[in-house]
Design a binder for this molecule. Structure first.
Ligand code: TXA
Ligand code: MG
Length: 333
């Protein structure tokens, strides 16, 4: 299959992509978080193609995207008051809510679960596509299963070239981290995946929430898989920035001259080069560039990618959640 790249600002792009969705085909499209791989969420045969294209395990359910928060109603059997509040305050935006599903959603979309994750993205191209298609769009991140989520159209192409007909290219994205996932099916909401809508923000809005991990069995099937992993081993340093900076610089200075490593960091001691990516010390500004840096450095010949960790608060908690999954080893200072 030939994969065509459609520029988001070309006049016919949305019509072509919407027609493909209506015909049961796949379209990779931008959202404000990461690029998604979309299919008509109500068409089981179309949704099946997502699992095939990504090599995604059949027990890992998909997020269903709507053009407007009010379109959530038909997909779910009930919207409890806490979920209403989350929807009202944070949608459209980078958050997804787990609710009991309604009968219109085929079981393949939710991997057989009685719950469904719904999300109303804020990216104008995502919203225009869903609106023009006239159906809710099931979309996981548009990477091969287990790989780093794509934040540029070229990342999608490098994973899925030849496997999907269309990619809509809208350049770089606002957040660069997958949406926050919050389970609102029980008495106390549970944070299943941290994201740009932080635990702190949610607690101000809806009171105490639990964190995934304190429940069993696994509440979010996808979280049990190793995610976000480049091919190159990632070594993650955690601790105070001054300590991680010093430890990384010392380690690199002691390497044998034959070993070349890459660094992703934000302290002043790191100088941007072919093998060093300097991000902002502010996790909100760093997040949109992080996955791209991991993907780019993964294409170099380095033996390891060394990453300077962030503080586990706010958006830093979301970054660290992804980095811990990407890391093959960690040094805690
Ligand atoms: O930002 C995002 O959320 C992006 C964009 C494209 O919207 N999508 C995304 O999808 O990250 P994906 O499939 O890569 O991650 C969805 C996560 C997975 O961990 C999955 O297991 C979980 O949500 N999930 C899906 N349906 C669920 C359900 N019914 N109950 C619990 N977790 C669910
Ligand atoms: Mg994913």
């Amino acid at each position: 299959m030939k994969t065509s790249i459609l520029a988001a600002n070309e006049p016919h792009t949305i019509a072509v992509a919407a027609a493909a969705i209506q015909a049961g085909e796949l379209v990779a499209f931008p959202t404000e978080t990461v690029y998604g791989l979309g299919a008509n969420a109500l068409n089981a045969a179309a949704v099946e193609k997502i699992y095939v294209a990504k090599d995604r395990p059949a027990d890992n359910p998909l997020i269903v995207h709507v053009a407007s928060p009010r379109d959530i109603e038909t997909l779910v059997s009930v919207i409890p008051p806490i979920a209403q509040r989350v929807i009202q305050l944070f949608m459209p935006g980078p958050i997804s809510v787990v609710l009991p599903k309604s009968a219109v959603v085929p079981s393949i979309t939710t991997a057989g679960l009685e719950t469904i994750v719904v999300r109303c993205p804020s990216h104008p191209v995502a919203r225009a596509l869903i609106k023009a298609a006239g159906v809710p769009i099931a979309a996981p991140s548009a990477n091969l299963s287990g790989r780093v989520s794509p934040t540029k159209a070229e990342h999608v192409l490098s994973d899925l070239d030849g496997r999907i007909p269309y990619i809509i290219d809208a350049g770089t994205l606002e957040y660069g981290l997958e949406s926050t996932v919050i389970d609102c099916t029980g008495p106390t909401p549970i944070l299943l995946r941290p994201g740009a809508i932080t635990k702190e923000m949610l607690e101000v809005a809806i009171g105490p929430i639990d964190t995934a991990g304190s429940q069993s069995p696994v509440k979010s099937p996808g979280m049990k898989y190793r995610h976000y992993a480049p091919h190159t081993p990632v070594l993650l340093f955690t601790g105070h920035p001054q300590d991680t900076e010093a430890a990384i610089l010392t380690m690199v200075a002691k390497l044998p001259p034959t070993e070349r490593v890459a660094i992703i960091g934000y302290s002043a001691g790191f100088i941007e080069s072919n093998f060093v990516r300097t991000l902002s010390a502010d996790p909100i500004k760093a997040a949109p560039l992080l996955f791209g840096a991991l993907r780019e450095l993964d294409t170099t010949s380095v033996s390891r990618i060394i990453v300077q960790g962030y503080d586990d608060r706010g958006v830093g908690a979301a970054i660290m959640n992804r980095l811990r999954k990407a890391a093959s080893s960690m040094i805690e200072l």
